[in-house]
Ligand binder design. Structure first.
Ligand code: NDP
Length: 452
C-alpha cells in the first residue's frame, strides 16, 4: 500500500468509524486511482477523491408499521444520495436484516462509478432498510413499503433521485412503493425503475443484470478468442441476478451447475436447464421457498447446508471454467478464490456488488485471470433502468429486441472502457480499468461545477 493510500484511508476510517464495507470499497478504488491522480494533479488539487467519498446527503428515518397480529414494528430507512455530478441520483433499495449505514454507503459509492461506466447520465445513490421480507405476508410487505415511501417520497423525484430494486426488492415491492408515491404526490412519473410493464416498466429490465454479467463474461472471453459455449459455470444466489444469469448462459451454450441461498447450495452436475430454471423461478419468486427443495425435486442434485464452522464456501471448490457470484458482498474470500483457481476457473464475472473481498481480488490479479468486478460486470441492471427512464420521458416503450440490443451495446462499451484504462501489457486489469474509467467522467464534471 502506498503512503498516499494509507494516509487517505486513515482519514476515511476515522471519519466513518465501524463502516467496514465502506472502507473496503473505498480502499479498492483508492488503490487504483492514486497513481492516476498523481499523474493528473488537477484532480488532487480539487480534492476530487475526498469529495467523491463523502455523500452529498444521507437521509435516515423511522419506518413504523403494523404487522398482521396488530403489533407495532419499527424499522430504520435510509437513502444515501452520494453523487449527482452527471445526473440524478440512481441506485437500488435493499431490504435485508443486515442493512446498515456502512453497507449502503459502500453500495452508493460503487454505484457512482458503475453508473458513470454505463455511458448514461446517472448519478449514484442507494437506500433500503433493515426490514426482513422473509416470512412476511404480502399484506405486511405492503404495509412496510407504504410506510417507507411515505417518508422517502419527499426526497426523491424523476429528476432528483430514482431508486430501483436490489436484494429483497423485486416487482412486488416496487409496485407497492410506486402506488404509495403516486397516491401522496398525485403524479404518475418515472420515479422508480423496475416497474411493471403495464405501468411504465421496460422490457428486459428484470433480465438485465444477469444478462449483462453474462455478456460481460462473453466480452472478456472474446479477448482470448473464446466464448461461453461449452463452459461449465458456478453461480451463487438464486434471486433475480442468478436466475437471468443462468438463462443467458444456457442460451449461449454454457452449463450452470450450482446456485444457493443463505441456508445452503445445490450442485447439479447435469446442469440447470430451462425446465429446472423454471422450477427455481417459481420456487423463489412465487412460493418464496428455499433452494434445498430443488434437490428434493431433482435427483441429479446434491444439497449442502451452510456450515458456519468452515472458513470457506464449498460452492466455489467445484471444477468449472467460469464463476458468477450473484448473491451478496464478501461471499468469496482468499481461500475461496484459491479454490476457484485450483478448480480451473479463469473467468469471474460479478453479478453481485463486491462479492469478492480484497484477498480474493488480489488472488485473481496475481493469477491474471479474466476478472470483471461488479461495478463493470453488473452495470447492465442500472443501465437498463436508465433506458426505462428514457422511455418514461419519451412516453414510449421500446421492443424487447431494441432494449436487449442497447444493453449489449452498453456492456460492450463498458468492456472497451475497462480495456482502455486497464490494459497492462497483454493482460487487462479490469479493476483499474473500471475504477479509472468510471472516475474520469464524474471527476471532470465535478471540476466543471466548481466547489459544490
Ligand atoms: P435477490 O433478493 O433477488 O436475491 C438475493 C439472493 O442472494 C438470494 O438467493 C439470497 O438468499 C442470497 N443472499 C442474500 N443475502 C445473503 C447473505 N447474506 N448470505 C447468503 N446469501 C444471501 O437479490 P438480487 O438478485 O437482486 O441481488 C443479488 C446481488 O446482485 C446483490 O449483491 C445486489 O446488490 C446485486 N445487484 C443487483 C441488481 C439488480 O438489478 N437486482 C443490479 C446490480 C447488482 P436468501 O433468500 O436466503 O436471502
Amino acid at each position: 500500500m502506498s503512503d498516499a493510500v494509507r494516509e487517505f484511508m486513515d482519514r476515511i476510517k476515522a471519519k466513518n468509524a465501524g463502516e467496514t464495507e465502506f472502507h473496503q470499497a473505498v480502499f479498492e478504488v483508492a488503490t487504483s486511482l492514486m497513481p492516476f491522480i498523481e499523474k493528473n494533479p488537477k484532480y488532487r488539487k480539487a480534492k476530487i477523491l475526498e469529495r467523491i467519498a463523502e455523500p452529498e446527503r444521507v437521509i435516515m428515518f423511522r419506518v413504523p408499521w403494523l404487522d398482521d397480529k396488530g403489533d407495532v414494528q419499527v424499522n430504520r430507512g435510509f437513502r444515501i444520495e452520494m453523487n449527482s455530478a452527471i445526473g440524478p441520483y440512481k441506485g437500488g433499495l435493499r431490504l435485508h436484516p443486515s442493512v446498515n449505514l456502512g453497507i449502503l454507503k459502500f453500495l452508493a459509492f460503487e454505484q457512482v462509478f458503475k453508473n458513470s461506466l454505463t455511458t448514461l447520465p446517472m448519478g449514484g445513490g442507494k437506500g433500503g432498510s433493515d426490514f426482513d421480507p422473509k416470512g412476511k405476508s404480502d399484506n405486511e410487505v405492503m404495509k412496510f413499503c407504504q410506510s417507507f415511501m411515505t417518508e422517502l417520497c419527499r426526497h426523491i423525484g424523476a429528476d432528483t433521485d430514482v431508486p430501483a430494486g436490489d436484494i429483497g426488492v423485486g416487482g412486488r415491492e416496487i409496485g407497492f412503493m410506486f402506488g404509495q408515491y403516486k397516491r401522496i404526490r398525485n403524479e404518475f412519473v418515472g420515479v422508480l425503475t423496475g416497474k411493471g410493464l403495464n405501468w411504465g416498466g421496460s422490457l428486459i429490465r428484470p433480465e438485465a443484470t444477469g444478462y449483462g454479467a453474462t455478456y460481460f463474461a462473453q466480452e472478456m472471453l472474446a479477448t482470448r478468442g473464446e466464448s461461453l459455449k461449452g463452459k461449465t459455470c458456478l453461480v451463487s444466489g438464486s434471486g433475480n441476478v442468478t436466475q437471468y444469469t443462468i438463462e443467458k448462459v444456457n442460451q449461449l451454450g454454457g452449463k450452470c451447475i450450482t446456485c444457493s441461498d443463505s441456508n445452503g447450495y445445490i450442485l447439479d452436475e447435469a446442469g440447470i436447464d430451462a425446465e429446472k430454471l423454471a422450477f427455481i423461478m417459481d420456487l423463489k419468486n412465487v412460493k418464496r421457498g428455499r433452494i434445498k427443495e430443488y434437490a428434493d425435486k431433482y435427483k441429479s442434485a446434491v444439497y449442502t447446508a451452510v456450515d458456519p464452522k468452515l472458513d470457506y464456501n464449498p460452492l466455489w471448490a467445484h471444477k468449472a471454467d467460469c464463476a458468477f457470484p450473484s448473491a451478496t458482498q464478501n461471499e468469496i474470500n482468499g481461500k475461496d478464490a484459491a479454490n476457484l483457481i485450483k478448480g480451473g476457473v479463469y473467468v469471474v464475472s460479478e453479478g453481485a456488488n463486491m462479492p469478492s473481498n480484497i484477498d480474493a481480488i488480489n488472488t485473481y490479479l496475481e493469477h491474471k485471470i479474466l476478472y470483471g468486478p461488479g461495478k463493470a460486470a453488473n452495470a447492465g441492471g442500472v443501465a437498463t433502468s436508465g433506458l426505462e427512464m428514457s422511455q418514461n420521458s419519451l412516453r414510449l416503450s421500446w421492443t424487447r429486441e431494441e432494449v436487449d440490443q442497447r444493453l449489449q451495446g452498453i456492456m460492450k462499451a463498458i468492456h472497451s472502457t475497462c480495456v482502455k484504462y486497464g490494459q497492462d501489457g497483454k493482460w487487462v486489469n479490469y479493476v483499474n480499468g473500471a475504477n479509472i474509467g468510471g472516475f474520469v467522467k464524474v471527476a471532470d464534471a465535478m471540476l466543471d461545477h466548481g466547489i459544490v
